[in-house]
Design a protein around this ligand. Structure first.
Ligand code: ARG
Length: 449
């Protein structure tokens, strides 16, 4: 493409080093849509006549079909998807293909393609996030009232339910969706027409191009437009945080599937065995999800590092934006799909949850609250219950079977009414707390959202 200035061919190693076609081929539908919109604007600018436009459009459509049918041979001599498509077009329609690149550079072209690709990926991921929310809601509804201990420091704290626990993840995923919807606004702006860095002396109708491609508006500084990769960094952060949420969910499920907890059973279809130990049923999907979060973080670090020292405007470093972006999108797409399927099929072992939740120490806070309701300051109540807990631990007598009045006369017979899990749960009726009524209302809200 630049043979005029050069007297030697590009060295093989340089070709190998610089090609991006092996991964940016996937931009092809966006590259073709962008080229058709660009060519249409060339008609109103008087660069192409209608007949030439139709030839270019038909040629580009044919190239698109060839690629989707697998009948296209990508060449690394043509470096990237943009030049591969232009070369194929010229082979099909002759020198007229050479008009297409008027008033355009690969710099605004790649920025346009990548934004279109990101927009489509955001829309796909939003729907996958909704499917995972639906899977969690399905299980939250089925086990809405199944009481289990809620943990802090991985030590038993207070009673919650499986419904409440799973809804916590539905909340996280909702924030993830909000972040992507917000990022989409900054993605959906057209850089096409920014040229190599300083626009063009040929005046194309940038608004019309943007409209045809479904962009909301056009960028307002050509230098920023072609070198901006903020939207990629931002998306990679959003993806990394989704990874963090999936990883935390994975960790909960790994614990729940252990013999020590035994709260949950994953389907045989979503677990693996051991080549040596016949009894094993391993939660590999959860472990892979937790592990792949490392790649999502790594990809964010890669883009942040790639852009940090770049002078304006385009530098070839920017080609390094695509592999992390594509990898994170591929990784998340599969992670969201497999997790939704696995969670829908997950069963909760209600007996094990019940056994763990029947530890009366889970209601130590409730006992302190009961003293508070008798007029005792919370700090004193905390200390009295702490003494009762110590007596229970040292004597081996469960807290609900101790004679509490021996610890302090403030503990009257009525105090023992505290040790009822259903009452304890129902009492947690503040907004956001896990009373069954609240949980049911939250499930209904999410189902209607
Ligand atoms: N493959 C290139 C990239 O992904 C396209 C832009 C090339 N521009 C250039 N001036 N060499 O960044």
């Amino acid at each position: 493409m630049w043979k005029g200035r050069f007297s030697k061919n590009t060295a093989d190693l340089v070709q190998q080093y610089g090609e991006s076609i092996s991964y940016d081929w996937r931009l092809y539908p966006h590259d073709i849509a962008g080229s058709i919109a660009h060519a249409r604007a060339q008609v109103s600018a008087g660069i192409l006549n209608q007949d030439e436009f139709l030839k270019i459009e038909t040629g580009l459509r044919e190239v698109e079909q060839d690629i989707s049918a697998g009948n296209f041979e990508f060449s690394i001599e043509a470096e990237d998807i943009h030049m591969n498509i232009e070369a194929a077009l010229t082979t099909k329609i002759g020198p007229l293909g050479g008009k297409l690149h008027t008033a355009r550079s690969r710099n605004d072209q790649v920025a346009t393609d990548t934004r279109l690709y990101c927009r489509a990926a955001i829309d796909d991921l939003l729907s996958l996030l909704s499917s995972l929310q639906a899977a969690l809601l399905n299980r939250a509804e089925r086990y809405a009232g199944t009481i289990l201990p809620g943990y802090t420091h991985l030590q038993r704290g207070q009673p919650v339910t499986i419904g409440h626990h799973l809804l916590a993840y539905v909340e996280m995923l909702a924030r993830d969706k909000n972040r992507l919807q917000d990022a989409r606004k900054r993605v959906n702006i057209s850089p096409l027409g920014s040229g190599a860095l300083a626009g063009s002396t040929i005046n194309l109708d940038r608004e019309a191009i943007a409209k045809e491609l479904g962009f909301d508006s056009v960028t307002t500084n050509s230098m920023d437009a072609i070198s901006d990769r903020d939207y990629i960094a931002e998306l990679l952060f959003d993806f990394a945080l989704i990874g963090a949420h999936l990883s935390r969910l994975s960790e909960d499920l790994i614990l729940w599937c252990s013999s020590e907890f035994a709260f949950a059973t994953l389907s045989d279809a979503h677990t693996t065995g051991s080549s040596l130990m016949p009894q094993k049923k391993n939660p590999d999907v959860c472990e892979l999800t937790r592990g792949k979060t490392g790649r999502l973080y790594g990809n964010l670090t890669a883009i942040l590092t790639a852009i940090k020292g770049l002078p304006l405007t385009y530098n070839r470093d920017l080609q390094e934006d695509k592999e992390p972006l594509f990898d994170s999108i591929d990784t998340l797409t599969l992670a969201l799909k497999v997790n939704a399927e696995m969670i829908t099929a997950m069963e909760i072992n209600e007996d094990a949850c019940q056994a763990a939740a029947s530890d009366p120490l889970l209601l130590a806070t409730d006992l302190a609250d009961w003293l508070v309701k008798q007029g005792i300051p919370f700090r004193s109540a905390h200390e009295l219950v702490g003494k009762a807990v110590a007596a229970s631990v040292h004597s081996g007598t469960p807290l609900d079977q101790l004679d509490l009045s021996q610890i302090d006369p403030a503990f009257t017979k009525e105090a023992s009414a505290v040790f009822d899990l259903q009452t304890a749960l129902a009492a947690r009726s503040n907004p956001g707390a896990p009373s069954l009524d609240n949980i049911k209302a939250q499930i209904a809200r999410w189902k209607n959202s």
